[in-house]
Design a protein around this ligand. Sequence first.
Ligand code: GAR
Length: 219
Amino acid sequence: MAEPLPIGVLISGGGTNLQALIDRSADGSMPARIVLVISNKADAYGLTRARNAGIPTRVIDHREFSGREPFERAMAEALREAGAQLVCLAGFMRVLSPYFIRSFHGRMLNIHPSLLPAFPGLHVQRQAIEAGVRFSGATVHYVSEEVDAGPIVIQAVVPILPDDDEHALAARILQQEHRIYPLAVTLHAQDRLRIEGRRVRILDAPTRPDAALLNPPGA
Ligand code: GAR
């Protein structure tokens, strides 16, 4: 069997997506091994999750650098030293410069809590509720220089319910994030993804032409 792909994970907060990646790596269902977790915040709970799993961590605090590029150079160097071949942004809340993005072109994934290209940016669950859409969801995409706009690998759809506030919706979306991020990493690690312009072709992907959802579901 092929060696698991060494990956680095960048976080800023609670790290539930990181936990999903840790768990799927540990149970062998995702052929990747987390070699480094970097947080730009020293108090991010995700760091504890990584330490509990015996994964090396680094705190690289953007406020300790004179600008974006030295901060990102420090992260890039740490990732290279650790041997990371794929970088996963998992609730990493800093916008990255073209320098960093080009360094990991085609080798950096992000997860975002909306059905991109709808609702990029921040407070996206609130935006979705206020827009009155019946569905939202989560997207894993390759990172491109345009924020929240890179080639899409996988999406999960959830209904928006009449009584939802942004917290209820965020929790429903997060459950699906934990399913699709390990799947996206798996597809990348299996070398089954081909970036073709704005689109990603998946080799040997199952299709379900009848997989339509209605909300409300109807009678
Ligand atoms: C997740 O919902 C993720 O999609 C979002 O932050 C949350 C992190 O949760 N990311 C973004 O909004 C990036 N633009 P976690 O720390 O529990 O994984």
